[in-house]
Design a protein around this ligand. Structure first.
Ligand code: RUQ
Ligand code: CUA
Length: 663
């Protein structure tokens, strides 16, 4: 017998037994001996069986949470059930995705919203998803995601888990400190990253200080329209300090947001010319600057018409921001990365990658220092620097390479430690202090993770009332955790059970992510989400979320040809297991408008529609209508078919597009 097995507790066995009975009620009764034998054969310990009991989700059981994870450079977002850690959907945003037909007739209009510089940009580097909030709590309606490489923001409607809008930032070409939302989703905030001249125009690096700019953009979100309203959006100019992560104030700090920065040195690199490389130049100073910004004040200043137009976009200059008292700086420790606002908004936690402490600022002290003008100086742009000692509440030594902090319900905070490959649990003080058995502001425990953890996410972790319960470590490396699929290894999402206080914080599940390099994720209680099971009406246009009057309906299927214009209109329906019409005959050079409706009302009765060579590939969910326009550029015979195995006669769900050559 495996020695580890002998320590199996009666409780774990009982749990395992319960599970096995529940999971296979159709099988003959299974005894404890069966569980024991199976566990022994696989070398499982008590802890393993307990972890299984906490995560194993039998067929048909639904998850308690949905995690919306960045898809990294896949340009997409992943929806993952928790605690099962089952991938539910890849939500296509910046990158074409064939299963959803995204980018092959549908989604192109949305993606075109993010094009700039003349060439279509068909991928993204997604970093930080943000769920819409009402009164500081996730409301389950909208999801926003930034694209770091191109400075774009995507808007996803959680009624159908589809992207509806991509906006391109006109001022900058890279972003990072976004997306995050203000407590009622008034704004979706996108902080820049690498400074460039406005609009990413040319200027030599020797003119860095004069010509390069930092910025943060406040995109106004119109909930009714479900779109960012560019006409009510504005930005703020910032020094070219390479602003990094950011968070919105709430509760005690409502009306403010916080951005940190990593290059107050304004290093410009140039290792090839004997200059310090960026990695050294950017880390020279002992401190960088936390930016403290009054967004409600900035909104008033913008609405009063005090913004300048730059690249056709309103920008509040640093000069105006300083004169209006909208912006302050305060020192933050070496190579800052994460800045995270505590649930009540009373503390702001900053991690410096090269400092083993997290630094906790008090928002009450920040406000006091602003009011009393407790400045230790001004930077080169005249921005007041709040005195560090006047605003810091605590510094907690947590370990090497602290990056990001999340909060639990009982007064614990959690910080990812990149260099230690661990997640630290530490106690908050102030009004949180009473919730934990340990003294305020102390490290309680570290759980090792595998490996190189970036962000962490706690269930409902960015809200005014985190659930705790689960924490996910988003690890960059997996090294030896999975069978190696060649030299490019999956990343590892590790689920950590944080339900107990003190030093019990075990890893209970590993989920390989075989796509992109995810950064952050937000975790929403599943019952807050209320997605449609089928589209509300037959003939629904998901882009505009309304019935399309032109949508083909049963009885009106036809192909009409206008000889003079050389144009053809197709009105087609799809239902198990045929398209109607099945023959579409056109001539080379015809312009074709092809409308197609899936007239099914049954849940999950999705049809695909794909035409070879013409690069057309749709997914039509029940009720959905879509329109594709193309020119019949090539003569030939093109069997189009349904790409979803929708019925026993799915193979017969086919038709012919006949493109007749012209002499
Ligand atoms: S950032 S860990 Cu966007 Cu920390 Cu990736
Ligand atoms: Cu419809 Cu296969």
């Amino acid at each position: 017998m495996n020695p580890a097995f002998r320590v199996l507790s009666a409780r774990a066995l009982a749990l395992a037994l319960l599970l096995s009975v529940g999971a296979s009620s159709s099988l003959a009764f299974q005894s404890m001996d069966d569980v024991r034998a199976a566990a022994t054969a696989r070398g499982l310990t008590t802890a393993d069986l307990l972890a299984a009991a906490k995560t194993f989700t039998p067929s048909g059981m639904l998850d308690e949470y949905v995690m919306f994870s960045s898809g990294g450079h896949s340009g997409q977002v992943f929806a993952i059930g928790m605690p099962s850690m089952r991938l539910l959907k890849t939500i296509a945003v910046f990158t074409p995705e064939p299963w959803q037909g995204w980018g092959y007739g549908v989604g192109e209009e949305v993606m075109a919203g993010g094009d700039y510089g003349g060439e279509p940009v068909r991928w993204g580097d997604t970093h930080h998803p943000a769920l819409s909030e009402t009164a500081g709590d996730y409301d389950g309606q909208w999801l926003f995601i930034n694209d770091k490489i191109n400075a774009r923001v995507g808007v996803i409607d959680l009624r159908d888990f589809e992207a509806k809008q991509i906006v391109k930032n006109p001022l900058t070409v890279s972003d990072h400190g976004g997306t995050f939302v203000t407590p009622n989703t008034e704004y979706v905030i996108e902080g820049g990253q690498y400074a460039t001249p406005w609009g990413s125009a040319y200027a030599p690096l020797s003119e860095y200080k004069e010509s390069y700019h930092g910025s943060v953009t406040l995109w106004k979100f119109d909930r009714r329209a479900g779109r960012i309203d560019r006409s009510k959006s504005f930005a703020m100019e910032l020094p070219p300090y390479w602003q990094d992560l950011s968070d919105a104030g709430k509760g005690a700090s409502d009306g403010w947001f916080f951005l940190n920065s990593i290059n107050t040195e304004m290093a410009t690199g140039g290792i090839e010319s004997g200059n310090p490389p960026f990695e050294a130049g950017v880390s020279r100073n002992a401190t960088d600057y936390l930016h403290i910004i009054d967004w409600k004040g900035a909104e008033r200043v913008f609405q009063a018409g005090k913004a300048d137009m730059i690249e056709g976009f309103p920008v509040i200059s640093i000069k105006t921001a300083v004169a209006e008292g909208l912006i302050y700086l305060t020192p933050e420790p070496r190579s800052p990365h994460g800045v995270d606002v505590a649930p009540k908004g009373d503390f702001v936690v900053v991690s410096g990658k090269l400092d083993p402490h997290v630094t906790v600022y008090s928002t009450a002290k920040l406000k006091k220092a602003v009011a009393a003008k407790t400045f230790s100086g001004r930077d080169d742009w005249g921005i007041p620097i709040l005195d560090f000692d006047a605003v810091v509440e605590a510094q907690v030594e947590v370990g090497l390479g602290p990056l990001h902090t999340q909060f639990g319900p009982e007064g614990y905070a959690y910080t990812s430690l990149f260099l230690d490959s661990a997640v630290a649990r530490w106690t908050m003080g102030g009004s949180y202090g009473a919730g934990t058995p340990e003294p305020d502001w102390t490290l309680v425990h570290k759980t090792p993770v595998q490996y190189n953890v970036g962000h962490i996410g706690v269930a409902e972790g960015d809200t005014v009332s985190p659930d705790g319960k689960y924490l996910v470590a988003f690890n960059k490396w997996s090294v030896d955790r999975f069978l190696p699929p060649g030299p490019l290894l999956p990343q590892n999402f590790q689920l950590i059970d944080i339900a107990n206080q003190g030093t019990s914080m075990p890893v209970i599940y590993d989920m390989p992510i075989g796509m992109g390099e995810p950064h952050y994720a937000q975790i929403c209680k599943a019952d807050k989400l209320n997605p449609w099971k089928v589209y509300p009406e037959v003939g629904w246009d998901p882009l505009h979320q309304r019935a399309d009057l032109m949508a083909p309906k049963p009885g009106m299927e036809r192909v009409t040809r206008n000889d003079e214009e050389g144009s053809v209109e197709v009105f087609m329906t799809a239902v198990r297991s045929h398209f109607k019409p099945e023959h579409v005959a056109v001539k080379v050079g015809d312009t074709i408008t092809w409308r197609i409706t899936n007239i099914e009302r049954a849940v999950d009765a999705t049809h695909g529609f794909a035409i070879p060579q013409y690069n057309i590939n749709l997914s039509l969910e029940p009720g959905e209508t879509a329109t594709v326009e193309f020119t019949a550029h090539t003569a030939g015979t093109f069997p189009f078919y349904c790409s979803e195995f929708c019925s026993a006669l799915h193979l017969e769900m086919v038709g012919y597009l006949l493109v007749e050559p012209t002499e």
